[in-house]
Design a protein around this ligand. Structure first.
Ligand code: PEP
Ligand code: MG
Length: 747
């Protein structure tokens, strides 16, 4: 073998691999590793610092520093040069370390004797494991080649740590994924669940980071890249011409797949002794850390594409498909970076809970999870790196916490919570067939919100008296093509049949804002929640609305039909929408098709303006449903999807209740039926207050019906109204404290 930086590097990696293959303890292996690296790099010092916990680095092995400092010297992430390298995941190459910014002297290591310092992060796929350092007495800057060589070594060490090569006697370091971890995220659907991790896209395991023959590895990389190029080209050729967005993503894929720089870097790593898959993963790690730092959303997306491509390449190289053969556990809790609504529906109700690294409260997946009543946490940073298939996991979808590999005490406390939740559920089941009547005799109609065929069984299980809001857009969101009228009509007919004559209020398509149809050209609006959405789209481009109305009329097949238009902000929008329905009705009559025996046409009150519409509007509309999610965001000017502000204003704020009172009064004087169908209707205290204020029909998630009914049956709504009025008269900003104190006093 001729002498060159590449052959040196290869020799080092191979000797590291051989050293690690011997049956030593974790510590002995670490000691060998540092010694081999120091010899190969001709430095006096080589030290390995590994993360002891999320925030502390520990000197785990050294050649050249005082050996007594091993396992004693510790520093926080970000502290000193070593801590900085790990925190920022960036190389520090300093000829005169003691005078470099951030340097911190650790007396026990006696490192002041060493002037030059080269530290590289030990990282794997966005996860920091530690810092690898070489130091020498002479004040010199390490060459680019030396830096690169040490980076390659650090990458291989990260892979070996992943495979468990350095597990310490107390198991505390070097394999990060064996202890309990608590992660937090945002709650997109409440509920608690215990189960085992099922990874939507299992991580590819690289079992051979070091290779003997670079030519073989280059050929493997070449063939995997070629396969990937062919498959991307094929996907592009098969893409529906309508789907611009998908084409754009695939074009970006193709660009990367053909990128010379990407390929060259991987080839150089292979020449240094890495296996093809380790080289791919090294590039992927770099892309991940850039992704975390990138502010520009476009750049982030492209780096995400690169991440996806790397995964494809790894799967080809290792032969591990998406399906790694891991069986779906009995109590699966799905863990994924992100997931589409269609994929989620494929898993269906089998899932106990879903935990997403990314995702958002307003995502389509969140809408589906809510419809399926599966607890969902989003923005749980670190979950895809930490979780392994089959790990024990507890999801607290009330507090927004995930306990991965929990210890016994945590698990048993959690189980108590689950048991209590189950007991409550069985208590509610007993109430299922009873009406919701307050102790004052006031009856409250409880309906459920739905959006999928899969929701309909809940109509019987929950005791709901009907469907107060059927969000028709879910069926549009979960396909990749605009559905045809015949498909829609068949779906609506199935929904009506499953309701067994109970009332189902079909809301026409409410797209725009956060609900973007994959097959419709997205409109670029600065403020989509207040933009071209819902009925505005329906009236400006009436093709889809007309098709939907026809489908509903056909589905009713002569039976009664309830239709509701979303986001009506002024009277004429209702008139125009209703005109479309009348036209569709006329057409059906002319064609000799049966028409519904009775049609009721309602509007959603989601903008404050509608509460001040003329009397004529209130007289003409058959019923009104308050879409509290949107109404609240416009009333308080607080974005419902923005975690910073969405909980800032209380629903029981006196101003908001006074506004609701105004709506109740308007409906009472015109004899218009009124309901409330936003999320707040499913929160027991809010539901009681709405009922007390005169809203006697509430539509909510099926799971909320039991708890709300239970509370109503125990409460004198007339007395509650007096409590609310008292708090308002006393000048309270929110009536909540007064209401909760009174409810407690009632036991
Ligand atoms: C609402 O805004 O309260 C509502 C029920 O509609 P959506 O949540 O679908 O916007
Ligand atoms: Mg709405």
């Amino acid at each position: 073998m001729k002498h060159s930086p590449e052959t040196d590097s290869r020799r080092l990696l191979q000797s590291l691999r051989d050293a690690l293959a011997q049956g030593d303890t974790g510590q002995e292996r670490l000691d060998k590793v540092v010694s081999l690296i120091a010899d190969s790099m001709a430095t006096e010092v080589c030290s390995l610092y590994l993360l002891r916990d999320a925030d502390t680095l520990e000197l785990c092995a050294t050649k050249g520093l005082d050996i007594d400092a091993v396992h004693k010297t510790r520093m926080r992430l970000g502290e000193g040069l070593v801590g900085r390298v790990a925190k920022r995941r960036r190389v520090i190459n300093a000829a005169d370390a003691p005078s470099t910014r951030g340097f911190r002297y650790m007396p026990e290591t006696r490192e002041e004797r060493f002037s030059s310092f080269l530290g590289v992060p030990i990282q794997r796929l966005g996860q920091t494991l530690g810092t690898l350092v070489v130091q020498s007495k002479d004040a010199r800057t390490f060459t680019e080649d030396e830096v690169y060589a040490l980076e390659v070594v650090a990458m291989v060490l990260a892979e070996m740590a992943e495979l468990g090569a350095f597990v310490s006697d107390d198991g505390a370091w070097a394999n990060q994924r064996n202890g309990p971890v608590v992660l937090t995220g945002q709650v997109a659907q409440e509920g608690v669940a215990e189960g085992r991790v099922y990874l939507h896209e299992p991580r590819v395991m690289v079992t051979n980071p070091v290779a003997d023959d670079p030519d073989v590895e280059l050929a493997r990389l070449d063939s995997a890249l070629e396969k990937m190029r062919i498959s991307v080209d094929r996907m592009l050729a098969e893409t529906d011409a309508q789907s611009e967005e998908q084409t754009e993503v695939l074009e970006a894929f193709r660009l990367f797949a053909n990128s010379k720089g990407w390929r060259r870097r991987m080839e150089a790593d292979i020449m240094r002794g890495m296996s093809a898959e380790a080289a791919v993963e090294k590039e992927q790690s770099v892309a991940r850390s850039r992704m975390e730092q990138a502010k520009d959303p476009y750049l982030r997306e492209r780096l995400q594409d690169l991440d996806d491509l790397s995964n494809r390449l790894l799967r080809t190289l290792t032969g591990q498909g998406n399906d790694t053969g891991a069986e779906m556990p009995e109590t699966p809790i799905l863990v994924a970076r992100n997931i589409g609504p269609g994929e989620l529906l494929d898993y269906g109700r089998d899932l106990r809970a879903i935990v997403l690294e990314e995702g958002s409260n307003g995502s389509h997946a969140a809408i589906v999870a809510r419809a399926l009543a599966i607890p969902l946490l989003v923005q749980v940073k670190g979950i895809t790196d930490q979780a392994l298939n089959g790990d024990d996991i507890l999801v607290d979808g009330d507090g927004g916490q995930v306990h991965l590999r929990p210890d016994d005490a945590v698990a048993s406390a959690f189980r108590d919570k689950v048991v209590m939740a189950r007991q409550a559920a069985s208590k509610y089941a007993e109430l299922r067939d009873q009406p919701a009547i307050g102790t004052c005799g006031q009856r409250v109609e409880l309906l459920m919100n739905a959006g999928l065929m899969a929701d309909l069984p809940s109509l019987d299980n929950s005791g709901a008296e009907g469907v107060g809001l059927f969000r028709t857009e879910l069926q549009f969101l979960t396909t990749n093509k605009m559905p045809r009228r015949s498909q829609l009509s068949a779906q609506y007919a199935r929904v009506m049949a499953a309701a067994h004559g109970k009332r189902v209020v079909f809301r026409t398509l409410d797209i725009g804002s956060d609900k973007v149809l994959p097959y419709m050209k997205p409109t670029d609006e600065p403020n989509p929640a207040m933009g071209w959405r819902a009925i505005r789209v329906g009236l400006d481009k009436p093709g889809v609305l007309r098709m939907q109305l026809q489908a509903l009329l056909r589905a009713a097949n002569g039976a009664p039909l309830s239709v509701m238009f979303p986001f009506i902000a002024q009277y004429n929008e209702f008139v125009e929408a209703r005109r479309e329905l009348d036209k569709a009705l006329g057409r059906e009559r002319r064609l000799g098709h049966p028409v519904p025996s009775q049609i009721e046409v309602g509007a959603m009150l989601e903008t404050p303006s509608l509460a001040f519409a003329t009397d004529t509007f209130f007289q003409q509309v058959d019923f009104l449903s308050i879409g509290g999610n949107d109404l609240k965001q416009f009333f308080f000017a607080a974005d419902r999807e923005n975690e910073r502000v969405r909980r800032r204003y209380d629903t029981l704020n006196t101003s908001f209740l006074t506004f609701l009172e105004h709506i109740v009064a308007r409906c009472a004087s015109s004899g218009t039926r009124l309901s409330f169908c936003g999320e707040d209707a499913g929160r027991p205290v809010e539901a009681l207050c709405f009922a007390a204020m005169g809203i006697h029909c509430l539509s909510m998630r099926p799971a909320s019906i039991g708890p709300v009914k239970h509370k109503i049956c125990q409460t004198n709504l007339k007395e509650l109204k007096t409590v609310i009025d008292g708090a308002r008269a006393a000048g309270m900003q929110t009536v909540r404290p007064a209401v909760t104190a009174w409810l407690q006093s009632q036991g």
